[in-house]
Design a protein around this ligand. Structure first.
Ligand SMILES: C[S@@+](CC[C@H](N)C(=O)[O-])C[C@H]1O[C@@H](n2cnc3c(N)ncnc32)[C@H](O)[C@@H]1O
Length: 300
């Protein structure tokens, strides 16, 4: 049985409030297919019955499972290539020129999914940072499930085949049974932490470089703008932002300058928010009252 209009409305509202992901009418098939395995796990007759039980029992863990199931975790190594080429050809040279050869760069990979993005950043930095410089990479995502995989750093042959050059494979991964594991040295460069982009930015900044790729596309314009404004608070004034190929700050938050680099673009704040700007002046996501059980928990 297809998911009912009532169940769809409940799930869409839950997911929007907790992740800002928009499930517009017409996405019923997505809810149906993504929640089917949860319904089966719980022994429910179908997705509609599963949603009805979740609504009546109102368990936090069920709400979290539903939100996780509706996130899209699609990713790959060196995805779109341009943001990694730019890191090597433009970002690192610029930042090292400004900070000196013993700089310690802080990089944030926000919405990192299963880790291919931050590990691709780490591999690129291993090739282009001066020996006396170093980097800390913070990688965050809403989903605990993808973070667990990212921390483990183990990938199937199929996953490895999606964009990882053979030279990088032999340098940075080793075989473990049928899988490949990221080297300990590379894993040491990356700290994984749960973080919801609707919350205040994570501690660990101010950041020199932020990768925020292929996640703004799921949000409405007010949410995109609020996230970009909060981001400026935790970026160095000359920091650099990388967005996904289908994403831009233009027409969303005009306080960024687009800099064409190679076949892509990077963004720099043209109006960094001074640390003295009170946090309350930064627009927060709408938090219309609904039900206390649907209020997002705090994320560190
Ligand atoms: C399509 S993946 C992009 C992964 C990677 N950045 C890339 O470009 O390959 C989108 C990721 O955003 C995460 N996400 C969705 N909503 C989020 C939110 N509100 N806060 C943090 N992460 C979120 C999802 O869990 C998912 O892993």
């Amino acid at each position: 049985m297809a998911v009912s209009a009532e169940s769809f409305a409940f799930v869409a509202d839950l997911v929007r409030r907790r992740s800002a992901i928009q499930l517009a009418p017409g996405k019923e098939y997505l809810v149906e297919s993504r929640l089917l395995s949860l319904a089966r796990e719980d022994g429910a007759a179908d997705v509609d019955a599963f949603v009805r039980t979740v609504r009546s029992s109102a368990k936090e863990s069920d709400f979290a499972r539903i939100v996780e199931a509706l996130t899209t975790n699609e990713t790959s190594w060196f995805r779109d290539s341009a943001p990694f080429a730019a890191l090597q050809s433009y970002v690192v040279p610029e930042l090292i020129a400004a900070r000196g050869t013993s700089a310690r760069l802080k990089v944030w990979s926000a919405a990192c999914s299963t880790g291919q993005e931050p590990y691709s950043i780490a591999m690129t930095l291993a090739d282009c940072l001066p020996a006396s410089a170093s980097a800390d990479i913070l990688a965050t995502d809403l989903s605990e499930q993808v973070l667990a995989k990212a921390r483990e750093g183990r990938y199937s042959q199929l996953e490895v085949n999606r964009g990882l050059p053979a030279t990088m494979l032999v340098r940075h991964l080793s075989r473990v049974g049928a899988e490949w594991q990221i080297s300990q040295a590379l894993r040491n460069l990356v700290t994984f932490r749960q973080h919801n982009l609707l919350d205040l930015p994570p501690i660990g900044g101010p950041f020199d470089v932020v990768y925020l790729r292929n996640v703004l596309i799921y949000f409405d314009i007010a949410t995109k703008r609020a996230i970009l404004e909060r981001l400026r608070r935790v970026m160095k004034p000359d920091g650099i932002l990388m967005l996904g190929a289908a994403e831009t700050t233009i027409g969303v938050d005009d306080a960024w300058i687009r800099v064409p680099v190679g076949t892509g673009s990077v963004y720099r704040p043209n109006r960094p928010l001074a640390a003295s700007v009170p946090i309350s002046t930064v627009p927060q996501p709408r938090t219309a009252p609904y039900s206390s059980v649907l209020t997002r928990g705090a994320h560190s």
